[in-house]
Design a protein around this ligand. Structure first.
Ligand SMILES: C[S@@+](CC[C@H](N)C(=O)[O-])C[C@H]1O[C@@H](n2cnc3c(N)ncnc32)[C@H](O)[C@@H]1O
Length: 183
């Protein structure tokens, strides 16, 4: 099933009408590669554009973990990238998933495509808490994009410290990439 179909079924969870552009994926990946070695988590992996770009930039498949809740996207992802650990799971379980499948490995970055602005507030709080626990225990950056460019580092309210901000115009719609760390 196509991206737009999944969006129509669950607009608040999918949060976009089409996959991220290669320009947006490149901006996310370049931000992640500014950190030292470690695991990269593709959170809300969707159709796998971000993972595809990570592989293109030379990140080994064993250093990537993709987490995606939608079963059709997760199945499509697994067919496309059989060498990457793809978990059909909720980001609200991120800490225990990593502990189960990749224990004790430092984290380079969590690249989140989750539609934070449209997720229900309780999910938003839980996912933020999970990401914060991962970063506290294993290091790394949180890289989040959104289309709400007028909101300036909204994830500050969950305890993340702003680092950098980039506009990516060549995406539908244009996006803002925000990089955070834990203070
Ligand atoms: C904007 S789309 C991702 C687009 C992706 N970068 C691509 O180009 O295909 C957001 C994704 O987050 C996933 N998602 C939303 N809430 C989630 C959750 N709680 N846990 C895991 N994935 C979730 C959706 O199913 C959707 O695939």
């Amino acid at each position: 099933m196509g991206f737009a179909y999944n969006f129509l079924k669950s607009p608040r969870q999918i949060g976009a009408v089409c996959p991220s552009s290669h320009y947006l994926a490149s901006a996310l990946v370049k931000a992640a590669l500014s950190e030292a070695e470690g695991l990269i988590v593709d959170l809300g992996a969707g159709t796998g554009v971000v993972t595809g770009k990570l592989l293109e930039y030379g990140v080994p498949s064993h250093s990537i973990v993709a987490v995606e809740r939608c079963s059709t996207f997760a199945a499509g992802f697994q067919r496309k990238y059989p060498g990457v650990l793809a978990l059909e799971a909720d980001a609200c379980r991120l800490t225990s998933l990593l502990q189960q499948f990749r224990p004790d490995v430092p984290v380079r970055a969590v690249i989140s495509s989750l539609p934070f602005c449209t997720l229900p507030p309780d999910i938003r709080r839980e996912v933020s808490a999970q990401i914060a626990t991962v970063l506290r225990q294993r290091g790394g950056l949180l890289i989040q994009y959104s289309y709400a460019w007028w909101m300036h580092f909204p994830l500050r309210r969950y305890g993340f410290a702003p680092r950098q901000r980039y506009f990516v115009f060549r995406n539908v719609p244009p996006a803002i990439v925000e990089v955070y760390s834990l203070p």
